[in-house]
Design a protein around this ligand. Structure first.
Ligand code: ZN
Length: 467
């Protein structure tokens, strides 16, 4: 199988052309969606015949695939440490099939156009970075190795999710299946960070950011209600209405964010970046550990991402209230979506909201804070020989890049793996410029053919420990 850049770009282009738009969470797939995923999987089988011949293949959840390659007790690389689980997902977020130009796309999102971009040969389209590019380089590397006669030392599992973007059941089903088989992976790699530049002002060095933990998530329903006997006509409004009180509560949540704190992962990240950052910022980041309280206070002013790095965030999202222009709401509700810092807990996050909301609303109305769903932040993955294996594989595929850990601000399928595996690293071995990072879930999503070549190299290096 040829691994030159145009061949990889060509195969990715074909994968992009099968619009595996993520099915909504819950319920079985519609016949149309099932057909799209089966077309996609047929393409995978065509591209990677040896891989599908050697693997034990199980379908999990709605469109997920779980592949096992039996360990032989011989060989080097990551599986010499124990069972390894590598994850990627087949589904993508939606993109316009009509009106794509008006939406800002240069090429139709599902055409998989290959063209010369600012960084050389580039594949354009939905999923090129998230996550079909990563899926492609993973399967290419394994196919390639198997053809050469390589077999894993211990079991190797590949989990190819079918509904990651809608937080659907396939990743959960894959982990449940591994639990049923009493499989305990020593090492898991899934999407998350990438190889990038421009992470810190003035920093020109390429940096591979690897997620070693994920924040928790909780959705709260905050409601404010009035005594049901209160007249409901808007012509005679009371002094205090649930709608206005809810507004005050939301404003108070914005005014009283969670206390800011710089966690150990961020300290490690900044300390490792410091030598490469020009000017006085270098000295500041190099002393991140001693300067924790100061940096935690400064970061929230450096943009939404930096702010989210140092605290549990609170965002009011869906609002409901009155059903008609002239009816007062007896009850007004807001969904509050929180991302819980790794140094904190759901209970802590919920307590904070209850306290702030209750104080803002006052005693004449009833406040209720209900937990809809949530999960705790994940544990932090270790910095031991498994982290070293990631470092070595990055060094082999992106020799100019520095590898640093970070905490993922969003939630990914990998959090389910954290239940059965102590060492989960969230990283796609693809180069993403700042503009490309913005194209994930956005407009003009694209990946360079060069980074596909490097991505294949990353997984080869990880599985064989040879750069
Ligand atoms: Zn993804």
């Amino acid at each position: 199988m040829t691994h030159d850049a145009p061949a990889l770009a060509g195969r990715l282009s074909q994968l992009v052309q099968v619009p595996t738009v993520t099915p909504p969470d819950g319920g079985p797939l519609t016949p149309e969606t099932a057909q799209v995923f089966s077309t996609f999987q047929a393409l995978l089988r065509e591209f990677y015949p040896t891989l599908f011949a050697v693997a034990e293949v199980a379908t999990v959840g709605r469109a997920g695939l779980l592949l096992r390659f039996a360990g032989t007790g011989e060989g080097t690389g990551a599986t010499a440490l124990g069972t390894v689980l590598l994850m990627a997902h087949q589904d993508v977020v939606p993109a316009p099939t009509e009106g794509w130009e008006a939406a800002g796309w240069t090429h139709p999102p599902f055409d998989g156009i290959i063209a010369d971009g600012e960084d050389g040969l580039t594949v354009y389209g939905r999923g090129t970075l998230d996550d079909k590019g990563a899926l492609l380089v993973l399967l290419e590397a394994v196919e390639d190795l198997l053809v050469e006669g390589w077999r894993p030392h211990d079991d190797l599992y590949l989990s190819l999710g079918g509904d990651e973007e809608s937080d659907g059941p396939s990743a959960v089903a894959a982990i449940a299946e591994l639990e049923r088989r009493v499989v305990k992976p020593v090492l898991v790699v899934d999407e998350g960070g990438a190889v990038t530049t421009g992470l810190v002002p003035g920093l020109t060095k390429q940096v591979a950011v690897v997620g070693v933990a994920e924040k928790g998530v909780v959705n709260l329903e905050v409601s404010v209600s009035a005594d049901p006997r209160t007249p409901a006509h808007s012509s005679t409004p009371p002094r205090r209405s649930p709608t206005a009180a809810l507004g005050r509560a939301i404003a108070a949540l914005e005014r009283h964010p969670h206390p800011a704190q710089l966690d150990d992962i961020s300290v490690r990240m900044f300390a490792e970046l410091a030598p490469y950052v020009p000017g006085p910022l270098s000295a500041v980041l190099g002393r991140a550990d001693q300067l924790r309280p100061v940096l935690a206070q400064v970061f929230p002013y450096l943009g939404a991402e930096m702010a989210a790095m140092v605290r549990t965030t609170t965002a009011a999202t869906m609002l409901t209230g009155s059903s008609a222009p002239n009816v007062l709401a007896a009850k007004a509700t807001a969904i509050v979506n929180m991302r819980v810092a790794t140094s904190s807990t759901l209970a802590d996050a919920i307590r904070h909201v209850e306290k702030v909301v209750t104080r803002a609303v006052g005693s004449s109305l009833t406040v209720d804070v209900r937990v809809l769903e949530g999960h705790e932040p994940t544990p932090v993955s270790p910095f031991d020989e498994r982290w070293d294996a990631i470092l070595a594989a990055v060094a082999g595929s992106y020799p100019d890049a520095l590898t640093v850990p970070y905490t993922m601000l969003g939630a990914s399928d990998a959090r389910h793996a954290a239940r059965i595996a102590p060492a989960v690293y969230r990283f796609s071995p693809l180069y993403m410029s700042a503009a490309q990072r913005a194209s994930v879930h956005g407009v003009d999503e694209r990946v360079t053919a060069d980074s596909l070549v490097r991505g294949v190299h990353f997984y080869r290096a990880l599985l064989t420990a040879q750069a």
